[in-house]
Design a protein around this ligand. Sequence first.
Ligand code: ZN
Length: 297
Amino acid sequence: MSTDTGSNTAPRLSVCLTFDFDTHDAWLAGSTNPAHVSRGEFGAVAVPRVLDLLAGKGIKSSFYVPGFTAINYPWLVEQIHDAGHEIGHHGWKHENAGDVSLDMQREIYEKGAAALEGILGSRPVGYRSPNGSYNGDTLTVLVENGIEYNSHFSASDFTPYYLRRDIWKGPGEFEFGEPVDIVEMPFAWHLDDFVHFEFLGGFTSTLNAPSAVREIWQGDFDWAYDNTPGGVLVLCMHPGVIGRGHRLRMLEGLIDYMAAKPGVVFERVLDHVTTWRAANPLDSYRKVRSPHNPRPY
Ligand SMILES: [Zn+2]
């Protein structure tokens, strides 16, 4: 006799596998070295491998794509989209948004969004900044453009929250601002493949074994599963990084481990955001004191 009531049960834990599909754009800044920039080209080689893995596991996920990558590899962006994955905004040429003016951020945003729209016919509603670079104006641009969620802040781990538009008066000087209608899907550097696996002088110098990375990622998964029912684990990966053979094997094994746990679901980021937003309306959220809203409105 079947007693399966799974379809009516909220997930114990959601897992969002996310991929920043960077290519040359991520390596061009300040470089005239074609060997250096070729590291980005491998991202385009690896996308089909990642898509095959996700298809084999029946998982839909979210990809964040710079406009420059989109116009150079439109057929890969179409393949991602046609497979049912979400595509979000990831800058134009992988610029550091935190280093430029408000007007320049608006221009960069527009070029990136227009490139995706030209291929997909619609504009993205999810955003992840290249290099985790923001400044006090960035949320203004995202709000102006109807962005529904962001995924590069680290004020939580397995629970989404609304971002605040804080008031920055200069380096190190800020005041709490009001929550805005952008859901943050928490990010953490230890859940990002790049810092574990890639050599980049002055930034990372480690080339870790996949087993070491799996220990960290699985450790967070296990803790979240036990302690944050209804929560979400967001892994940030890059096809050009995780798409190397030994690392793909690790990811496949980790997916199988997570999928075997009762109540675990794999979701696109936007799908989780939509569910979370419905359960946590901004009007109610703003009235309740929390670490992310220390001065209720
Ligand atoms: Zn990137």
